[in-house]
Design a protein around this ligand. Structure first.
Ligand SMILES: Nc1ncnc2c1ncn2[C@@H]1O[C@H](COP(=O)(O)OP(=O)(O)OP(=O)(O)O)[C@@H](O)[C@H]1O
Ligand SMILES: [Mg+2]
Length: 375
């Protein structure tokens, strides 16, 4: 992929170190993320993985320690105070997890929106009234225009909050756990509302959440682990053999600019990989073997066929790790994807098949000596 057009959100090797009482916490440890204009992307990760830290930096409320963070043409590490205020007023909209943080409790839904439009200075008089009606309509909460937040359900409050976040006609919408306080069914309907907003208004949308089911509502889900992007799930639709549309989700490991990637925990555990591993470059993939003493060294493969890795992503057997008979145990990363990503496996919907499911052997052959073949 070439860098012709600048993405709407670009993070390169983003680092955020907090120092508290002389203890350093590396909340972001070289995070890479790219979101194109108009895309809707979810970032998921366990508690403490750095999601809120990332969003606070992207919203201009905090500054990264190092790296690059650019949003819609603004350089978030170097921008001054005046640009920062303009950035928050005009370029981004936020939705926070705590519904109480998004809305003023003593104003009605329509008044909350009017206030946000006044602050942004995007419309006045009749145009403002029309904009309020349009946004409440879009979020399907027009009938609650005259209710205060305390008179609305959690889901209704978050819909009004999304409308408020859109009041300044932002180019980028950032949401931190927007469904964190909602039950499953309400979460799904709020996420669907966000997807409709994304489609109808074309606003670039980034949602961070610990809820993995968010991936059912977005085309691309980025997983962060320990302050770095580790994997991405891409959803698309394909026609099956009967011509019916089928949702397909493929998971990729993320490869950074200097070639680092994170192996999934279960691959590492299953082969007892630790400290050092052996690598081997093959015609269309890279093999990874345990490096501990006693492991049989990989031997040259007889034939490197097209079946060796997931060169046909759809429905292909997941490349993974396997120990079979006297063959060496190994895990591998397929090399047939765009330079930014490396395929780990192609699988049906992760709802049906766990992301880190049973690994299968893509090429039950033999492998070259990593010392001879590895770069
Ligand atoms: N202001 C701060 N000072 C010190 N450490 C911080 C600060 N903010 C965050 N951290 C630490 O940085 C790490 C990442 O925190 P962050 O809030 O980004 O995680 P998160 O992924 O949003 O978690 P959660 O899902 O629980 O909201 C944590 O270890 C946290 O303790
Ligand atoms: Mg958080």
């Amino acid at each position: 992929m070439t860098d012709v057009a600048e993405p709407h959100i670009l993070c390169v090797d983003l680092v955020r170190i907090f120092s508290a009482d002389g203890v350093e916490v590396q909340a972001l440890q070289g995070l890479n993320l790219r979101v194109e204009a108009g895309e809707m992307v979810a970032v998921v990760g366990a508690s403490g993985s750095g999601k809120s830290t990332l969003l606070t930096i992207l919203s201009g409320l905090d500054t990264a320690t190092a790296g690059v963070a650019r949003v819609a043409g603004h350089d978030l590490l170097t921008m001054g105070g005046r640009e920062r205020v303009q950035y928050q007023r005009r370029t981004v909209g936020f939705i926070w997890q705590q519904t109480s943080r998004n809305l003023l409790p003593y104003l009605t839904a329509a008044e909350n929106l009017a206030l946000a439009i006044n602050v942004a200075g995007t419309a006045k008089g009749g145009a403002r009234t029309a904009r309020i009606a349009e946004l409440l309509e879009l979020l399907e909460v027009a009938e609650f225009a005259d209710r205060r937040p305390g008179e609305l359900s959690g889901g209704q409050q978050q819909r009004v909050a999304i409308a408020v976040a859109l009041a300044n006609a932002p180019r980028v919408l950032l949401a931190d756990e927007p469904t964190g306080e909602l039950d499953e069914a309400t979460s799904a309907s709020v996420l669907e509302a966000m997807r409709r907003v994304n489609e109808e208004l074309g606003v670039t949308t980034l949602i961070v959440t610990h809820d993995p089911t968010v991936s059912e509502h977005v085309r691309r889900t980025v997983q962060i682990r320990d302050g770095r992007t580790s994997t991405e799930v891409l959803r698309s639709t394909r026609l099956d053999e009967h011509g019916a549309e089928q949702a397909v989700a493929e998971e990729f490991a993320v490869l950074d600019r200097v070639g680092r990637l994170q192996l999934p925990h279960d691959f590492v555990a299953s082969l007892e990989l630790q400290e050092r591993v052996r690598l081997a470059l093959e015609p269309d993939h890279v093999g990874v073997w345990p490096g501990h003493d006693g492991a049989p060294p990989p031997r040259p493969r007889k034939a490197a066929g097209a079946e060796a890795s997931g060169s046909e992503p759809s429905g292909a057997e997941p490349p993974g790790a396997e120990a079979s008979g006297s063959e060496p145990s190994w895990a591998e990363a397929s090399a047939d994807e765009a330079p930014r990503r490396r395929g780990r496996h192609a699988a049906p919907d992760p709802a049906e098949q766990p992301a880190h499911g049973e690994p299968a052997d893509p090429a039950p052959g033999e492998h070259p000596d990593p010392n001879g073949g590895a770069a």
